[in-house]
Every structure is written in structure tokens, then in C-alpha cells.
Design a protein around this ligand. Structure first.
Ligand SMILES: NC(=O)c1ccc[n+]([C@@H]2O[C@H](COP(=O)([O-])OP(=O)(O)OC[C@H]3O[C@@H](n4cnc5c(N)ncnc54)[C@H](OP(=O)(O)O)[C@@H]3O)[C@@H](O)[C@H]2O)c1
Length: 260
């Protein structure tokens, strides 16, 4: 890939994406640029990810083919409004929560933009990247952006009205998954496993179970049943989790997010 990617804002999410692209070998030295608010801090983080720091957002836009908008949502208008004349036909990819196609149409009429919602595992190329189905990229830009994002994990196109619930699962889910890993780790330690080993086992188990589902398409219920032999040990654990209301707790957690 020869084109250049420019980050407007180089905080947690932008750095995770840059790390993923480097790890995947999708983008190398000189292909990523970024600007941020604090120059010294930007220089340190940019050096870490092989990204060229820029003094201004204008410089980032001028030098880039794809502009990633990675500032906090409340700063979007302030940052993008003065850049409007420079954006031209460039692909603008926003990662900002709550900024969907219609809102960008109002802010940047005529611009080429798409809204996505990546999650933090993009850092290790195992992310989920929700992509709104409505966008204004041309066909080749859309293909280019999709190819680029695919290097960071699973790209799932969804309707704008489903970006919120999708983001609750893929974006908030890593916190729930981490809690599950931590809880299994505690259980392992309680029964004598060293803590680091317990976390490793739990984390790889979770990653592997997810991978198995993605590769086989097997129903999660069937995957559970396959591990539960009659009168065996796993079903005893499943029964305990059901008594603890695990499924209801997960449903409630997503309801709480949706109702916030
Ligand atoms: N973090 C996540 O898990 C996550 C997940 C999905 C989507 N997102 C989205 O990603 C976006 C960024 O979130 P984040 O967590 O990465 O935030 P963050 O770590 O606070 O990063 C924000 C970046 O914006 C820079 N910035 C602030 N004012 C600016 C300006 N006027 N011009 C250019 N850059 C400016 C900051 O610079 P300084 O550091 O120098 O102040 C910083 O580099 C948000 O819109 C959020 O909705 C985040």
C-alpha cells in the first residue's frame, strides 16, 4: 500500500490503530502522520509507532490520502470546520462515538467520509471495526478503507441505527471479557495456579473459543454442549453460572449501556 494515512489526534485509539497497522505490516515508516494538541507528547508517541509528527492539522490533511479523525467527539466541529476546504476528495474516516453519516453530511457537505467504531484489540490486529453502511466514499475509496481496516481485525458493516448496540458489544465487551479473565484467574489462584499462568490460560481460552466460533460458525450453545459430557464436571460449572445469573447479568449490562 503506497498511500499515506493521517491521524487528526493521536491518543489511545489512534495509537492502537497505528500499532495494529505496523504489526500487520500494512503500513510502514513514512506512511503514517499525526497531529495532536501537545507537541512534545506527540513526538514521543509518534516515535514509538513510526509515525511522522506534524505541527498542524492542515499539514496532516495536505500530506494524507486517508484522514483518520481521532479526536474526542466534542472537538470534531472545532477541528474539522477549518479543514473543510483542504479535504477535497480525500477519504475521511471518523472513529468518534456518536458521529454518524448524517451528522458529517451537515458538517462537511460534499466531503468523502465514513464513520467507524473500532475497539482496542485493533492494537494486536484482533479488533472489531464497525463500519456504518451509509457513507460518501467512492467505490475505490470504500474498498481501500475496508482493505486497510481489515488488517486490524473483523470489519462488520452495519446500519447507522445499529452502530450503538454493535459498539456496546464490541467496544464495551473487552471490559467484560477482561473481568471474566480476571475472575477465572482468581479462581485458578484460589486452587493453586500461579496468577500469571491462570490469566494466560483464561485469556487464550477466551481467544481460542472466539476463533473457533468465527472459523466454524458453530452455534454458541452447541459449543457449550460439546464440552458438557453427561454427569461430567463442566455441566456442574454451567449450572453454577446459571444460578449466579450470568446470562441475565450480561443482558442487564447491555441494557444499562443502551439506556445510559
Ligand atoms: N479509546 C477507545 O477505546 C475508543 C474506542 C472507539 C472509538 N474511540 C473514539 O476515538 C476518539 C479518540 O478517543 P481516545 O480515547 O483516543 O482519546 P484520547 O486518548 O484523549 O486522544 C485524543 C487525541 O486528540 C488530540 N487532540 C486534542 N485536541 C486536539 C486538537 N484541537 N487538534 C488535534 N488533536 C487534538 C489529543 O492530543 P493531546 O494528547 O496532545 O492532548 C489526543 O492525541 C474519540 O472520538 C472516541 O469516541 C475511542
Amino acid at each position: 500500500m503506497e498511500y499515506k494515512i493521517g491521524f487528526l489526534g493521536f491518543g489511545n485509539m489512534a495509537q492502537a490503530m497505528a500499532a495494529g497497522w505496523r504489526r500487520a505490516g500494512a503500513l510502514g515508516e513514512g506512511q503514517m502522520l499525526a497531529c495532536a494538541k501537545h507537541w512534545d507528547k506527540l513526538c514521543r508517541s509518534a516515535a514509538e509507532y513510526g509515525v511522522q509528527p506534524c505541527r498542524t492539522a492542515e499539514e496532516v490533511v495536505r500530506e494524507s490520502d486517508v484522514v483518520i479523525v481521532a479526536v474526542k467527539p466534542y472537538l470534531i466541529e472545532e477541528v474539522l470546520t477549518p479543514l473543510r476546504p483542504l479535504l477535497g476528495e480525500k477519504a475521511v474516516v471518523s472513529v468518534a462515538a456518536g458521529w454518524l453519516c448524517g451528522r458529517f453530511e451537515a458538517l462537511l457537505p460534499g466531503a468523502r467520509h465514513v464513520s467507524i467504531m473500532p475497539n482496542t484489540p485493533v492494537r494486536v490486529c484482533e479488533g472489531v471495526i464497525l463500519m456504518e453502511d451509509a457513507h460518501t466514499l467512492d467505490e475505490s475509496q470504500a474498498a481501500q478503507v475496508r482493505r486497510l481496516l481489515s488488517a486490524l481485525g473483523l470489519v462488520e458493516t452495519v446500519e447507522g441505527r445499529l452502530m450503538g448496540i454493535g459498539g456496546a458489544i464490541s467496544g464495551c465487551g473487552p471490559a467484560f471479557a477482561a473481568m471474566f479473565i480476571e475472575a477465572l484467574g482468581d479462581a485458578g489462584v484460589r486452587h493453586g495456579l500461579p496468577r500469571a499462568a491462570a490469566y494466560r490460560l483464561a485469556a487464550q481460552m477466551l481467544a481460542g473459543t472466539g476463533r473457533l466460533h468465527l472459523e466454524t460458525g458453530e452455534h454458541p450453545g452447541a459449543m457449550k454442549d460439546a464440552v458438557c459430557s453427561p454427569g461430567g464436571t463442566t455441566i456442574v460449572g454451567v449450572a453454577a453460572l446459571e444460578r449466579g445469573g450470568m446470562r441475565a447479568a450480561v443482558l442487564d449490562a447491555i441494557d444499562a449501556i443502551q439506556n445510559k
